[in-house]
Design a protein around this ligand. Structure first.
Ligand SMILES: [Zn+2]
Length: 137
């Protein structure tokens, strides 16, 4: 604990028992640490990013430059909360909308250009159709 000696005003860090002894004897007062840590201001940047690896769906990323906290949500919903700076933020509507759009593109496979040539696609499709019809027979 911290105490301030009454005789000279000096402030010292001392063991709790020692400090309490001085206080009980009327020789010192306790100096309580004042909690002056500033409350950070929320400064959040929201974005929707494509999956970082092949096959990974797009996700919502929030970053607060006030407190350096991150939120990563691959499946944001109206109940998703970003807790930081003593506040709870919800995913902004336009970000939720953008994520839903990118997720739909991702599921349809239209989010990245195909590396397969149209000719190769045609060959693959024919083979697939042959296999499917062979299974039905
Ligand atoms: Zn924050």
């Amino acid at each position: 604990m911290q105490i301030r000696y009454k005789n000279n005003g000096a402030v010292k860090h001392v063991a709790n028992e020692v400090g309490q002894g001085f206080i009980d004897a009327g020789l010192a007062d306790e100096v309580r640490p004042c909690i002056t840590a500033p409350i950070p201001t929320p400064k959040t940047t929201w974005e929707v990013l494509p999956g970082e690896r092949e096959g990974q769906s797009p996700f919502v990323h929030a970053f607060c430059s006030g407190c350096s906290h991150h939120l990563i949500s691959p499946s944001p919903s109206p109940t998703t909360r970003f807790q930081h700076c003593r506040t709870l933020e919800t995913v902004p509507a336009e970000i939720g909308k953008k994520h839903a759009g990118m997720l739909a593109d991702f599921r349809q496979g239209t989010d990245r250009p195909s590396s397969v040539s149209p000719a190769q696609s045609a060959i693959e499709r024919k083979r697939f159709e042959r296999l499917t019809s062979a299974r039905k027979a």
